[in-house]
Design a protein around this ligand. Sequence first.
Ligand SMILES: [Zn+2]
Length: 431
Amino acid sequence: MKEALSSEALEALVQRVRQDAAQEAERVMREAARALEQNPQEWEAVEKTARDGGLRIGGSILAAAVQALGNGYEGSRLSCACGGTLHYVSNRRRAVVSLVGSFQLRRAYYWCPTCKASRVPLDVRMGIERTDFSPGVRQAIGRLGAIGPFEQGRQILGELTGLWISSRTHRLVSESLGHALAGKIPRPVAPSEKPETLYLLADGAMAPTRQGWREVKVGVAFAARTVNGKPVRQTTRYFAEIIDAETFGWRWYGLADALGSSRAGRLVVLGDGAVWIWNLAEMHFPGAVQIVDWYHATEHLWLVANTVWGEKHPLSARWVSQATKHLANGQIEKVVAVIESLPARGKIARATVRETSTYFRNNAHRMRYRRFRRQGLFIGSGVVEAGCKHIVGQRLKGSGMRWSLDGIRDILALRLAVLYGPRPSPQKVAA
Ligand SMILES: [Zn+2]
């Protein structure tokens, strides 16, 4: 077994790194001093020289530390998953790209004559079986790929770290990171957390795919507590996927469960009025308070008024203002009455009046806004709409973007993790 290095070999490695680093530091220092003296105003190039020197020193430290781990040799024979035997063949080299440059790795390589499978134990231990990139590089690519176009991410990474990767590789690495996250239910909150009110919201946003525009359904759950009679939003979690309503329902349920729905003081489903949302609410959250988003309800009033009088007609604005007052008071019967007394002429106007009054009749119990406000409840679903724009619109709708369905799923999962997931603790930096 030549697993990790002996202490003598390790000591020799330390000495070599120390020597290399000292030489490199001296060389870079002389070069930087010379360049700075020639042009003290423009020291951007000097800054780069110093940084690259630092990176090379970091690279030799990382390479030596990996070397100290050994080559992953685990004896001449290993048992194979097929029931056969993996035989040690030789030490094989490969390159790994890290944030401090590329370095070579020597690893013990095994091969099974029965099933022709190979195994490299060191690659498995270091998590690099299917990638040429270090975890640090993958993290950096993923963060950039989540927030903006791949080409832009490639440029930023190259400029800031000196690591130039193709835009295709940027996409592939980002997608593979997202793939591992897709469809996962978020980590549950602690059982001690008992949300006072848990809100469940749903919405959709269109995204350009190679199969045309498709709807990304966005689910949101957030806890809120009442402060001075007003609701204050706390923890918020999202998911966003191209899925059918049924699958959405189960994801929604899983999200609510993770946020402590079974312990919540009350559940509230806030929707835009789309029937599929209420159907899912009845199925997964029976007994939840259902509320039609205030803004969507008022939009219906504008629509019917504009259809009757035409847009920007003074009577239209006056009528909406009156109807909105009834709506705010939760007097939906009065809202229905003023809709039905509209002077609708023509087929379209009459049909719109009919549809709108049906909409308010059917949703009356979801529009008792006065009571909802007294109970300290949110009546607007602005959170989910802002979420839709932020999660879907700002990343997927760039000019010329045409996504594969898998690509959308992976990037959305990655984007949610980067935007709303736990963050690496920020290191202190000088202001
Ligand atoms: Zn085998």
